[in-house]
Design a protein around this ligand. Structure first.
Ligand code: FES
Ligand SMILES: [Fe+2]
Length: 365
């Protein structure tokens, strides 16, 4: 049955990484990563949490999409009245794939094989001839936030204990996006954000920690001042404080303000494990007016500026991601990295990341 998450979720304890032991460890016991060949290193299981399967704008009313999550197809659709759902792909009647020709009729998803219709709660509610059988489609829990459609991946139907937080500004949705598939684990991609040492080396970006990483349950936050590491004259114009929020291993949001332009910008990186050592990476950007009251929306005159700025930000971000891709696509996961001074945030991140492998049984590689 479809579950929509409620507002009452467990509170989380805030822990700053300066107060913790920083040695990374393998996930223990049943979570132990799987050993593979030497050149492959060690595989991580598929993580639990919220994972983005589509941009909201890709899922117009009546649209049916097939996406991959953790080695399985997921069929995502939107009813004519605007509600998004995600279901397991196979019809309980005779096993047709609902993403291969399934249609939305009103509030129902209709199978392409014999036209059995399924309501939003998964029940079979109609057939072309005769009463429907007692049959139900298996659903994923869906969360739609800031223009992204997420589904919950938890152990054996466990409902979500947390949500992906929305932006402070209402009505922020990405206006530019790019995606690619990476031959690595979702954890490896998000770890990159806490690997300060690679920023000047690979990306020619200078980094200064403004607020150290802090964890609060499934969330990890930090604030960094980022800018070009040369020339210095550009720094005062381009250098800006970036607030990072990681919501599980599937979602990274970066927010930074440019007061001189009256803008607040958002960048999202969504990491969705799709198969063994394969992660769908979606990068998206948006820009809003930092001078207007939240939710007021931009003036018509400034809207093109916002879109142009978001596109430029995406172009810069993608150029940096392409530099990472050369590393990610060839590297292997090191379960016991030999960390050096300056790598403390990596150990801290790995300890935090362990919670997302609590009870998952299938493996990502
Ligand atoms: S297989 Fe879906 S209605 Fe028959
Ligand atoms: Fe990077």
């Amino acid at each position: 049955m479809t579950r929509r998450i409620g507002a009452t979720l467990a509170p989380h304890r805030v822990i700053c990484f300066r107060s913790m032991t920083l040695m990374p460890e393998d996930p223990p016991g049943s979570r132990r990563p799987r050993q593979t060949g030497d050149d492959q290193g060690t595989d991580l299981p598929y993580p639990e949490g919220w994972f983005c399967l589509a941009l909201s704008r890709e899922l117009a009313p009546g649209r049916v999409l097939t996406r991959r999550l953790a080695g399985e197809d997921v069929v995502v659709y939107r009813t004519r009245d605007g509600q998004a759902y995600a279901v397991r792909p196979y019809c309980p009647h005779l096993g047709a794939h609902l993403g291969a020709g399934g249609t939305v009729e009103g509030r129902n998803l209709v199978c392409p094989f014999h036209r059995f219709a399924f309501a939003g709660d998964g029940r079979c509610v109609a057939t072309p001839a005769g009463p429907p059988p007692r049959a139900r489609l298996a659903h994923h829990t869906v969360l739609e936030r800031d223009g992204f459609v997420f589904v919950w991946r938890g152990p054996d139907g466990t409902p979500p204990g947390w949500e992906v937080p929305g932006t402070a500004q209402a009505l922020v949705v990405p206006t530019a996006s790019w995606r690619t598939e990476v031959r690595t684990h979702a954890q490896e991609i998000i770890e990159n954000t806490l690997d300060y040492r690679h920023l000047p080396v690979l990306h020619h970006v200078a980094v200064r920690e403004v607020d150290p990483p802090t964890v609060e349950g499934p969330f990890l936050r930090m604030r960094l001042r980022l800018g070009p590491d040369r020339p210095a004259v550009l720094k005062r114009w381009i250098e800006a404080d970036h607030s990072f929020l990681m919501a599980g291993l599937g979602c990274l949001r970066v927010e930074f303000a440019l007061p001189s332009l009256g803008l607040v910008s958002y960048l999202w990186a969504m990491h969705t494990p799709v198969g063994p050592r394969r992660t769908q990476l979606l990068v998206a950007t948006a820009c809003v007016d930092g001078r207007e009251p939240a939710g007021a929306g931009p003036s018509l005159l400034r809207r093109p500026l916002h879109r142009a700025f978001a596109r430029a930000m995406l172009w810069i971000a993608v150029s940096k991601v392409r530099q990472d891709l050369t590393i990610w696509n060839a590297k292997r996961y090191e379960p016991r990295p030999r960390l050096a001074v300056g790598d403390e945030t990596i150990g801290y991140f790995r300890r935090w990341a362990r919670q997302f492998y609590g009870t998952a049984r299938s493996h990502g590689g």
